[in-house]
Ligand binder design. Structure first.
Ligand code: SF4
Length: 394
């Protein structure tokens, strides 16, 4: 995750992070990327059931029961273990979290254990009463997925009217005083609508937006041929950077981030070298602390059945199950070669990633995308859009 506003517009500095001692338990949420002890943020796909049929869904969810999901009691035991491991945040995801009845019970329990609870949702089930309950429960943030304007989004989501329903969900959250933001996955089919999405952030007064690069997993795997060409990605990232700076200069508070392509951090640094070399050096320092991709390190995923994965896109490979072992024990057990490799991947990386001069701030990018494209988790990430000259190997 690259905090574009905080890095590019200078609203976070190395000093901010140092003041908190760089320990996960002490850092406020917006500085967690720069922690030293790297306790993982846990994505919990706590149900696989979903009311929509999005074409890029990594968990390949449907409107049906999935036997074996963690019960409420098992969920609470799991949250105890997450808190004991001192993970800072649990992200309730799916499927669609609001299709399961014990969301508020579990989140209240997690918050009482000191966890910061956030939700990732398609937003279509958030009516006014639900939004008030989100607020009362104490969720810190709700991320609502929109993948284009009306026509495009509804096609992505497999439901006519999904755009309006999600937008109403966002408005209900804002009305109830819940911090809410957008999640947008960039593909060939929707990237030309980025300007309209950025306009929407302003007209709807939505304070945060995460732009996700495509990971080739689940139903998104079938879209791998629909990923952007390097020049298209550069166009998209330049647009995001320009518009983020424009918001900042006009005094409009927006927290803009990009996710699942750490090439963005390198690209931002290279741009700052031209525009503001002094800030570029500060940003490089923060990107180094961030450490590039954190799959298997500071981002963990637990699926609906309790299986632990390196991130949400590795659903096909498990390190163990939280019904049988504590998440902390599974996460620190490096007897599994993939877990060991992800935690110390530099000696294993191949091709251009192995010799890239920005390896320290990218960490070889999203390994599951390399695996999906080549069958080899240590191959170069196919979504890197930098030239050989830019990464110092020409
Ligand atoms: S070559 Fe690999 S390590 Fe370097 S920026 Fe691209 S994806 Fe990252």
């Amino acid at each position: 995750m690259i905090g574009i506003t905080r890095l590019y517009c200078g609203t976070a500095t190395p000093g901010d992070t140092l003041r908190y001692g760089r320990q996960t338990s002490k850092l406020p949420a917006h500085l967690l990327h720069y922690s030293e002890d790297k306790k993982p943020i846990v994505v919990w796909n706590y149900t696989r059931r979903c009311n929509l049929r999005c074409i890029h869904c990594y968990s390949d969810s449907h409107e049906q029961d999935y036997p074996g999901e963690l019960t409420t009691e098992e969920g609470k035991r799991f949250l105890d273990d997450v808190a004991e491991f001192q993970s800072p945040t649990v992200l309730f995801s799916g499927g669609e979290p609001f299709t399961r009845g014990d969301l508020f019970d579990l989140a209240s329990y997690g918050i009482a254990q000191g966890l910061r609870c956030v939700i990732s949702t398609n937003g279509t089930l958030i009516d006014a009463a639900t939004a008030r309950q989100i607020k009362e429960t104490g969720f810190s943030y709700v991320g609502v997925s929109l993948d284009g304007m009306q026509k495009t989004n509804d096609k992505f989501r497999g439901k006519k009217g999904a755009f309006e329903e999600a937008l109403q969900g966002i408005r209900n959250c804002r009305e109830a005083g819940v911090r809410v933001g957008l999640r947008f996955t960039i593909t060939k089919y929707n990237f030309r609508e980025l300007p309209e999405i950025l306009d929407l952030l302003e007209s709807e007064n939505i304070p945060r937006c995460c732009f996700y690069h495509l990971a080739y997993a689940g139903r998104g795997g079938k879209l791998s041929k629909s990923d952007l060409a390097p020049e298209e990605t550069r166009w998209a990232v330049d647009l995001i950077l320009d518009r983020t700076m424009d918001f900042h200069k006009r005094g409009i508070e927006k927290d803009i981030l990009t996710v699942d392509n750490h090439t963005d951090g390198v690209y931002l640094y290279m741009r700052l070298l031209q525009e503001n070399p002094e800030r570029a050096e500060e940003v490089y320092q923060m990107l180094r602390w961030n450490g590039g991709n954190q799959s298997g390190i500071a981002i963990a995923d637990v699926d609906n059945l309790g299986n632990v994965h390196a991130d949400q896109f590795w659903q096909h490979y498990s390190f163990g199950n939280v019904k049988e072992r504590k998440i902390g024990d599974i996460w620190t057990d490096t007897s599994d070669p993939l877990m060991a490799g992800l935690k110390n991947r530099k000696p294993l990386l191949e091709g251009r990633c192995a010799v890239c001069k920005y390896l320290d701030i990218c960490n070889g990018n999203l390994r599951v995308r390399a695996e999906a494209a080549t069958g080899n988790p240590w191959a170069p990430d196919p979504a890197c859009y930098l030239t050989d000259a830019e990464i110092g190997i020409a």
